[in-house]
Design a protein around this ligand. Structure first.
Ligand code: BTN
Length: 218
């Protein structure tokens, strides 16, 4: 396993994508990112005591499950906190604040998972933090991502476990939601995820499926 750690780089995701074909198992972590990437071309804001890392993971037979599996594994890893999952791949605290974001990129046959965790420091106006007031040391910035990556490698989930555990921890199960994609909007009741990780939305008594998009809880 290769672990590359940096004091400051533009994005761990960019480096991990470039390096992925050299290693079967790769972790890239940094203390700070200057140009972090978010989902759907959004930027990700690195807070002072947040963790940021990117790692290579083998995809499931259904690659669309990978981001959901990582969300479930993170909620298992941090099981002393009650973390809630928002479709497709955000993690919230009980105060309805986002505290982790997950991004998956595919390059050739390599899957790179980028994770941002608002770990410590002061709560932000819009984001929560996992352990308020906790200050991360230089060693933490390097060692915590390594511990989490080892946890991932040793605790992969089956398809059934991903779907069941994801649905159990869903933040908006049976709530009214709106899923907005490039050229479609689905509004209805969120009924969980299907076998590909797609959102199942009940609209006038029928189930509609959304494979991509942003979810708004109404
Ligand atoms: C999201 O939009 O919610 C996903 C955010 C993912 C951010 C992480 S931080 C580590 C890795 N490097 C990046 O540039 N982005 C991801």
């Amino acid at each position: 396993m290769k672990h590359l750690h940096f004091e400051e780089i533009p994005s761990t995701q960019t480096i991990a994508i470039e390096e992925a074909h050299h290693y079967d198992q790769l972790l890239v972590s940094a203390k700070r990112q200057t140009s972090a990437r978010g989902r759907r071309h959004n930027k990700w804001e690195d807070l002072q005591h947040s963790l940021c890392f990117s790692c290579k993971l083998e995809a499931q037979e259904k690659p669309t499950l990978l981001a959901l599996e990582v969300a479930v594994m993170l909620s298992n890893y941090f099981n002393e906190h009650k973390l809630l999952l928002k479709w497709p791949n955000d993690i919230f605290n009980e105060e309805s604040q986002k505290i982790m974001g997950i991004l998956v990129n595919k390059d050739d046959d390599n899957y790179i998972v980028g994770i941002g965790i608002n770990y410590g420091g002061l709560p932000h106006e819009t984001y929560g933090v996992l352990k308020p007031e906790k200050e991360l040391s230089d060693i933490d910035f390097k060692e915590l991502p390594l511990e989490i990556y080892h946890y991932f490698l040793n605790n992969r989930l089956t398809e059934e476990e991903i779907i069941n555990q994801w649905n159990e921890r869903c933040y908006h199960l049976n709530k009214e939601v709106k899923i907005i994609d490039e050229d479609s909007v689905i509004e209805g009741i969120f009924k969980g995820i299907g076998s590909f990780g797609e959102a199942l939305i009940e609209v006038q008594g029928k189930i509609e499926k959304a494979y991509t998009g942003s979810l708004i809880i109404k």
